[in-house]
Design a protein around this ligand. Structure first.
Ligand SMILES: Nc1ncnc2c1ncn2[C@@H]1O[C@H](COP(=O)(O)OP(=O)(O)OP(=O)(O)O)[C@@H](O)[C@H]1O
Ligand SMILES: [Mg+2]
Length: 483
């Protein structure tokens, strides 16, 4: 039994959104009321009229998602003309044409003029419902897609790359120039310097921004799998190939493909990739029919590809092909001026989910951040800031909220120069450093220093080094807080 409530439960509207709004324009009253009832029961909000000029008025004042239009509206008016006028106001309106004159020409004409679909009278109720539902699903997916793309573009625009130093300025200048072209770009830099971030920013600032950005990690897949992923395969090409699959080169058509860790691509595959890029077509495994594709190629590596090529591990021709422009990202230790900027940027990012809004670093903490060599570059800094934001008990991140490795490098940096110290001072400083390195293990320290354990204990007492290298007891101030 169909009562109103069970019907509205089945009504399809995207989650968290208002019901879709449908305008029905049909001059035959009986037919109109049938369509209106059918669609109203589907849960849509319905507007209705038999007159084209009223339809336009409604359309101008209400936000309509879909219009069901009779082809022949009487008085010489056509539903298709009306749809054309409505499309001038809102190009995203979905139009469904209803026609009693089932002729191929009027149907084809309807689709050509921008209708989403058409139905012929008499129609089955389920057919009308299905056509309207499909059109609205399509519209929702389109809307969502556009929203997602806008969000991605926001996230990956140039401004998402933080940096103020000369090296990053140069990177920006090159990025601006290449974004509008189709040139291949090779992005080099140590791990965590932002190579993928730069690749995404180039794609999302290019003409291809509305198409896909497909990253592929050349080091992560075994050779055969990488090959079948890249070029695709035909059903039965190998055991397990149950159906045809298009390759990533084709999947990224009109968009950008990002070969990450290109230096790790196996040599045999380098040759095949080079051929595919030159010909702009590739052969899926098990097929003799070439598949054409149009992709922009961005690559990243943390290897020295010139050296790899000289030593025979990387094809020289492929290197020329992918390296039309090079963007070299500096290591974070080469741009220490940017550390404070980046650290504060990440603090803003990570305090939000914690429900905080005014976190900051103490002077001592900032000094530690700036003094550390950051072998994992920006990624390591980002992780460190995230962790500290979580651990900090107040809005201020102190030195003791930062990991031990930062303190260790600071210890070395603040070691006073030997000149100007007495022998005794030098002995004390040396013992302190050794004790720190062995985390307070006196037996090990005595071995390293080449003295008896009893001598060590005596000197430790004399120099007041009892707690050196030992974990800081809870609640106590760490020794290096003021560094
Ligand atoms: N200049 C920057 N501004 C803001 N965030 C950055 C910057 N550089 C890197 N990051 C962030 O650091 C992290 C690492 O960046 P990314 O993944 O692009 O590095 P990568 O060079 O590709 O590293 P790997 O070689 O390890 O793959 C990401 O979270 C990225 O958003
Ligand atoms: Mg990367």
């Amino acid at each position: 039994m169909n009562n109103e409530s069970t019907i509205s439960e089945t009504a399809w509207t995207p989650a968290h959104q208002e019901p879709f709004r449908v305008l029905v324009v049909e001059d035959e009253e009986l037919m109109r009321s049938i369509i209106v009832q059918l669609l109203r029961r589907e849960g849509y909000e319905i507007f209705e009229t038999g007159a084209p000029d009223v339809a336009i008025k409604i359309f101008e004042h209400e936000k309509i998602d879909l219009a069901v239009l009779d082809l022949n509206l009487g008085g010489g008016s056509s539903g298709l003309d009306l749809l054309g006028k409505m499309h001038e106001i809102d190009a995203e309106l979905m139009g469904v044409i209803v026609t009693a004159y089932a002729s191929i020409e009027s149907a084809v004409e309807a689709l050509r003029l921008g209708a989403y679909d058409y139905i012929t009278k008499p129609f089955a109720n389920d057919h009308l419902k299905a056509v309207v539902r499909k059109a609205l699903e399509y519209k929702a997916a389109f809307r969502e897609n556009r929203y997602l793309r806008r969000e991605l573009r926001e996230k990956y625009r140039f401004e998402s790359i933080i940096g103020n130093c000369d090296a990053i300025d140069r990177v920006f200048r090159v990025m601006e120039k290449v974004a509008r072209t189709d040139s291949s770009v090779l992005i080099t830099g140590e791990s965590g310097t932002g190579k993928e971030l730069v690749a995404r920013a180039i794609h999302f600032s290019s003409e291809r921004a509305n198409k896909r950005f497909l990253p592929i990690n050349c080091g992560a897949l075994p050779e055969t799998l990488l090959e079948s992923e890249l070029f695709g395969y035909k059903r039965g090409a190998f055991t397990g190939a149950a159906q045809d699959k298009i390759g990533l080169l084709k999947a990224a058509d009109k968009g950008t493909i990002f070969f990450d860790e290109i230096g790790d691509m196996p040599p045999a595959l380098q040759v095949k990739l080079l051929r595919a890029l030159q010909e702009r077509e590739c052969y899926p495994l098990g097929s003799n029919d070439p598949v054409a594709f149009d992709v922009r190629v961005l690559c990243a590596t943390n290897k020295d590809l010139d050296k790899e090529s000289r030593e025979g591990r990387f094809r020289e021709e492929l290197l020329y092909r992918i390296n039309v422009i090079t963007i070299q990202l500096p290591a974070l230790r080469e741009r220490t001026d940017d550390i404070a900027l980046l650290a504060n940027h990440f603090l803003r990012k990570y305090e939000k989910p914690l429900g905080r809004s005014a976190m900051r670093f103490s002077k001592g903490a900032m000094r530690l951040l700036i003094g550390y060599p950051w072998p994992g570059n920006v990624r390591e800094l980002e992780n460190t800031v995230e962790r500290a934001a979580i651990l900090a008990e107040t809005d201020v991140i102190h030195a003791h909220d930062l990991p031990e490795k930062l303190h260790d490098s600071a210890t070395v940096q603040v070691a006073p120069p030997a000149a100007g110290m007495t022998l005794e001072e030098l002995e004390r400083e040396h013992m302190r450093r050794v004790l720190n390195e062995v985390k307070g293990d006196k037996v090990k320290a005595a071995q390293i220093l080449g003295i008896h354990l009893s001598t060590l204990y005596r000197k430790v007492q004399r120099y007041r080094l009892e707690n050196e290298g030992l974990p800081v007891p809870a609640g106590a101030k760490p020794a290096l807080q003021s560094v």
